[in-house]
Write a protein that binds this ligand. Structure first.
Ligand SMILES: [Zn+2]
Ligand SMILES: [Zn+2]
Length: 254
């Protein structure tokens, strides 16, 4: 197998017997990004300028808090807050409220999403989705996706690993579907899609049956029956559906 820096971790993820090899990769990349930024990277000027600008999403604030290094967290929050106030002051200066006529009052939006918003609501929304850690692992994740399609095209050994895998979580299956048409040659597509769809169908069915047996185990007549593969059916089903390792302990500074 031709090695690139992405080939070995990708192959390892496919060998890990995970419900989704891409969740496995994503967790690794996310942990690398968290330990990088809270290691000592936040002390480097160019990196700090980036975190000041971009900030973090709500999921990663939680993960950074769990990781530890309170001083590192505080230093990044402090300079990000300074940058944010400067930006907000500029937005406030450029803001004028729109006049609500009779018609607008009759057509009150049912949810915030129904509104067209204004420069400040757009700015705040943008902040919610702006994240140094998401940016950092998304960049690497795209390269892993590219390597996946490259190996599917060129490597029989990897193709066997793919065929013997447990398929993918629904979100990563969606990403594979979004990319496959442009990343694979036409001659590869038929076999690829057949294998992928079979994997998804078989493995969603398997998970459904595991959850079903988990429920049946609550019946007193099954109390001494074997758990089969159902003991961890809930976390595996949640991963398959939501791309999350709910059973993971918080990732902490060593
Ligand atoms: Zn996944
Ligand atoms: Zn994030």
């Amino acid at each position: 197998m031709k090695d690139t820096i992405y080939t070995i971790p990708l192959t390892d993820a496919f060998k890990a017997d995970d419900e989704c090899p891409f969740c496995n990769i994503k967790r690794k990349l996310e942990q690398d990004a968290i330990s990088f930024i809270l290691g000592c990277a936040y002390m480097e000027d160019d990196i700090r300028a980036n975190t000041d600008e971009v900030g973090f999403c709500h999921e990663h604030y939680k993960k950074m808090y769990d990781y530890g290094n309170r001083l590192g967290n505080a230093l990044m929050l402090h300079t990000h807050l300074i940058k944010l106030q400067k930006e907000l002051n500029e937005k406030i200066e450029g803001f004028t409220p729109t006049k609500a006529g009779m018609f607008a009052k009759l057509k009150r939006p049912k949810t915030v999403e129904d509104t067209t918003g204004n420069i400040i609501s757009h700015w705040a929304k943008e902040k919610e989705h702006s994240c140094y850690i998401c940016d950092s692992y998304n960049k690497n994740f795209t390269r892993y996706m590219g390597t996946f399609f490259y190996l599917i095209e060129s490597n029989e050994e990897f193709k066997t690993l793919f065929k013997n895998s447990k398929g993918f979580c629904v979100p990563h299956f969606g990403e594979i579907m979004a990319l496959a048409d442009t990343q694979l040659s036409d001659k590869c597509k038929e076999e690829f899609y057949t294998t992928l769809f079979d994997l998804m169908k078989q493995n969603l069915k398997r998970i459904e049956e595991d959850v079903s047996w988990f429920i049946d185990k609550y019946d007193y007549k099954n109390k001494d029956a074997d758990w089969k593969n159902s003991k961890d059916a809930i976390p595996r089903a949640m991963q398959k559906l939501g791309s999350i390792y709910v059973q993971d302990a918080p990732f902490k500074e060593k």
